[in-house]
Design a protein. Structure first.
Length: 395
């Protein structure tokens, strides 16, 4: 990839009550060039990995992880396992609020995946409002109306942030100001596209300025992160746009603080005020893409290992009991304590009429064929995995 060049673009919008609002690229290209190149190289390497073999499983894992991440950032209480279960729920039947939050985000992601990949897609007010409808559908809030911008009545003030993350910020309160600024955001993004500002720069910038406008009563963070992903999806990125939400969750305090850091730097009219947020975003992209690449490799290894297990059973190298054990260990994703496994409901009936020596022979055969490994703590691992050193050592 060639060194990145960024235009010094700036757009001022004068509002009626909020005052002037400034959209700017505000990024020092020299400061981000190395990380930008690394992200591009990592994504090219990721695209060359055998994605087609594991596409369906990878997509589900990424979306579930992203739903969990973006929902948790906004106070959602579902665990990742509970989020995975909610993924399969019919939106029409969901009653529990925490499940509704997760299902709503999934529906918003589906909208992004359907629309943002279209050749003629462009960022629009209608699209943003559609996302908000999906994200806040049937969620209780005293003021929020899905798809409608805020218009704060007298006596009710919206603030964003807190002292732990760089202070509070008072976004525009008046509907006319919010509408004007959102129109400005759409126009500014179109100008960025015309001036060939790369999607990896446009995405965090739109996310950042959208959050400063904070147009809705509720759901702004979730909408902002889907907008960011939408811009990348339209540019041809796969999986990584949604994977980014997990990185934000893992660095949540820095993520929130940067909005205030960049805003205050801009208020002081210092050069390149948006560089820290864009740099943070690119670091997250690099981490997310490398994780995806590693996950693809592991999924392919698992797929090949499953084929090896099936072949071993077909050729009668192992029996049905041994196949059940090896499959259970493979699908557990965590080391399986041997003592605990032998108490489980699926295991006990297999050996109800057999001796302990048979149990030992079955396990020894699996070990000899490298279909199952036993570490120093008597935990079972799939045969294709490298056991971490701390697990190999005996207590």
């Amino acid at each position: 990839m060639a060194d990145i060049e960024l235009p010094n673009m700036l757009q001022r919008v004068e509002t009626r009550r909020f005052g002037h609002f400034k959209f700017q690229v505000g990024v020092d290209a020299n400061s981000i060039n190395v990380i930008y190149q690394r992200v591009g190289d990592a994504y090219e390497r990721f695209q060359r990995s055998p994605l087609s073999q594991v596409a369906n499983q990878l997509e589900r894992e990424v979306v579930v992880s992203s739903i969990f991440g973006t929902n948790s950032i906004e106070g959602g209480q579902l665990s990742e396992e509970e989020t995975n279960a909610a993924y399969d729920l019919d939106p029409a039947t969901v009653q529990e609020i925490e499940q509704r939050r997760a299902v709503n985000i999934k529906e918003a992601y589906s909208l992004a995946a359907e629309q943002a990949i279209q050749i003629n897609w462009s960022l629009s007010i209608n699209y943003i409002k559609q996302l908000h409808v999906f994200i806040t559908d049937q969620l209780p809030d005293e003021h929020n109306v899905p798809g409608e911008f805020r218009n704060n009545p007298e006596g009710i003030t919206t603030y964003v942030g807190n002292k732990d993350h760089g202070g509070q910020y008072k976004p525009p309160q008046n509907l006319a100001d919010i509408q004007l600024l959102m129109d400005g955001l759409i126009d500014w993004h179109a100008e960025l596209v015309v001036n060939q500002v790369p999607a990896m720069i446009r995405a965090p910038l739109i996310h950042y300025y959208y959050e400063l406008i904070h147009p809705f009563w509720d759901g702004n963070g979730r909408v902002g992160r889907v907008l960011e992903a939408s811009i990348l999806l339209h540019d041809g990125f796969r999986y990584a746009p949604f994977a980014q939400a997990r990185y934000y969750l893992e660095h949540i305090h820095h993520y929130f603080t940067l909005f205030n850091t960049c805003r205050k730097t801009a208020d002081k009219k210092q050069p390149s005020p948006n560089t820290p947020f864009v740099e943070f975003y690119l670091e997250g992209m690099l981490t997310s893409i490398n994780r995806l690449h590693d996950r693809v490799n592991r999924l392919v290894e698992e797929s090949l290992f499953k084929n090896k297990l099936a072949d071993s059973l077909t050729h009668k190298d192992i029996n049905d009991r041994q196949y059940a054990i090896a499959t259970h260990v493979l699908e557990s994703r965590l080391p399986v304590p041997l003592r605990e496994m032998r108490k489980e409901a699926w295991y006990v009936p297999m050996y109800a009429k057999l001796t302990d020596k048979t149990k030992q022979r079955d396990l020894a055969k699996l070990q000899s064929l490298r279909l199952v490994q036993v570490d120093g703590k008597r935990q079972l691992w799939p045969g294709h995995m490298v056991i971490p050193q701390e697990e190999s050592d005996k207590n």
